[in-house]
Design a protein around this ligand. Structure first.
Ligand SMILES: NC(=O)c1ccc[n+]([C@@H]2O[C@H](COP(=O)([O-])OP(=O)(O)OC[C@H]3O[C@@H](n4cnc5c(N)ncnc54)[C@H](OP(=O)(O)O)[C@@H]3O)[C@@H](O)[C@H]2O)c1
Length: 220
C-alpha cells in the first residue's frame, strides 16, 4: 500500500487514475484547483481525499506541505496550452523541489512524446508546449538525481477503452518520418499504476504508444 499524492486529479488521466486505484489498497490524495470538483471525484474513488491548490500560484513550500507524509507523487498536470510557462514548466519544477524537500523519492511525471528531441517538434504547432515539457524533463533529469523519477512520454492521447498493451517507441528520427500513433488515456493511467513500485523504471523515461506488449512486461 502506498500513500500517493496525485496532482491533476480532475484531469482526464487523473480521473482515470482515481477510478483505477479505487479497487486497490493505495490511498490517494487528489490535488484539485476548484473545490467544486471534489464531490464528483469522490464518487470515482470513495477512499480518496482531496486538497485544493493552484500550482501556478503556490510556492514550493505550499506544495511541500501537501506532499508531506506521502510515499509517491503522480503528476498529470497540464496547461492545455494556457499559462504554459507557469504550469508545464514552473509548477512542474516547483513540484520537483517540493518532493525533494518533503523527502519523497518516487515521482511519476507525464510529459509528451519525444519531448527530448528538438528535431521532432521544431515545426510543431504546439512548439511552446514542447519547449516547456522539454525543459521540465531536463531539469528533473539533471538537477534532481535524488528523486526516483519516471518520465512517461505518451503520444497523442485518445479516449477509447484501452487495450492494456503498449509499444515503447524507438528514438525520434526527427526527419518527419516518425509515426508515434496514439494511445488511450486509460492505458496511460494503467501504466502509472503498473510502474509505481517498479525500481527498473526509476531514473528512466519512456516514449510510448498503443501497441502489442502487455503493460506489465513493457516497462522494465
Ligand atoms: N493531449 C495530448 O494528446 C497529450 C499527449 C501527451 C501528453 N499529454 C500530457 O498528459 C498530461 C495529462 O493529460 P490529460 O489529458 O489528463 O490533461 P487534462 O485533462 O488537461 O488535465 C490536466 C490537469 O491539470 C490541472 N491543472 C492545470 N493547471 C493547474 C494548476 N495551475 N494547478 C493545479 N492543477 C492544474 C487541470 O486542472 P482543472 O481540471 O481544474 O482544469 C487538470 O486537472 C498533461 O501533462 C498533458 O500535457 C497530453
Amino acid at each position: 500500500m502506498a500513500k500517493i499524492i496525485l496532482f491533476g486529479a480532475n484531469g482526464n488521466i487523473g480521473r482515470l487514475f482515481l477510478k483505477l486505484t479505487a479497487s486497490t489498497s493505495h490511498q490517494i490524495t487528489g490535488v484539485i484547483q476548484n473545490p467544486d470538483q471534489r464531490e464528483h471525484l469522490t464518487t470515482l474513488n470513495t477512499n480518496a481525499s482531496f486538497e485544493t491548490l493552484s500550482l501556478a500560484l503556490a510556492t514550493s513550500k505550499d506544495i511541500q506541505d501537501l506532499m508531506t507524509s506521502h510515499d509517491a507523487v503522480v503528476f498529470t498536470v497540464g496547461s492545455r496550452g494556457k499559462n504554459l510557462l507557469q504550469v508545464d514548466l514552473d509548477a512542474t519544477v516547483k513540484a520537483f523541489e517540493a518532493a525533494t524537500a518533503a523527502n519523497i523519492k518516487r515521482f511519476i511525471l507525464i510529459s509528451a512524446v519525444y519531448a527530448e528531441s528538438r528535431a521532432f517538434w521544431k515545426d510543431s504547432p504546439i512548439l511552446n508546449y514542447y519547449i516547456a515539457k522539454h525543459y521540465a524533463d531536463r531539469i528533473l533529469e539533471d538537477e534532481f538525481p535524488n528523486l526516483d523519477y519516471t518520465i512517461l512520454k505518451p503520444t497523442l492521447l485518445t479516449d477509447g477503452e484501452g487495450t492494456g498493451k503498449v509499444r515503447i517507441l524507438p528514438p525520434a528520427r526527427g526527419d518527419g518520418s516518425d509515426q508515434p500513433g496514439s494511445i488511450d488515456r486509460i492505458d496511460v493511467a494503467r501504466v502509472m499504476l503498473s510502474i509505481l513500485n517498479e525500481p527498473s523504471t526509476f531514473k528512466a523515461s519512456y516514449n510510448f504508444a498503443n501497441g502489442d506488449v502487455p503493460i506489465d512486461k513493457a516497462f522494465n
